[in-house]
Design a protein around this ligand. Sequence first.
Ligand SMILES: [Zn+2]
Ligand SMILES: [Zn+2]
Length: 178
Amino acid sequence: MPRLLIAAVLVFGLGLHADIVTCTCDVTRPETMEARQCGLCREAEKQPAGVKIFFLKDANPSKPNRWLALPRSHERSIELLSDERRADLLAAAVEKAKALFGDEWAIAYNAPSVQTQCHIHLHIGKLIPGVETNQFITATKIEDIPAPPKGEGFWIHPQGNLFHVHTGEQVTETVIER
Ligand SMILES: [Zn+2]
Ligand SMILES: [Zn+2]
């Protein structure tokens, strides 16, 4: 299926009315944490207190080759992280992605409006061949990768010694193999 069509199906499948899930996950009130959209918050709470970043294998059986990188602390979206914490999260995700997929890795962050979870998560997987677009910026090091523009996601893959940071999309995880 062409990628844009997949993206459309994903957006409609999630329901456009569901733009921005209601996030009332509150670790001090356990009853709020039972909500479906707090699932990754619950996973974060299972991590030891000293952990800053952790990884999960994607729980969706239809995405057997996917991993997620997440901060231990609870924030709704990546632009809320400081530059330093964003770089730490991306660096950890890149290291994991390289270990899993060599030079064929990609990292994808969906726009908050199409997410179904209330906790920051980066998708890690293998870049699908042929998805390249011309809407990207080039970063020479991880610290130079900016937060995605407001309301957008981004996807990142290596290009030689550089990084391509692709912007202008909301559903981005469709560039990586399931
Ligand atoms: Zn959370
Ligand atoms: Zn690219």
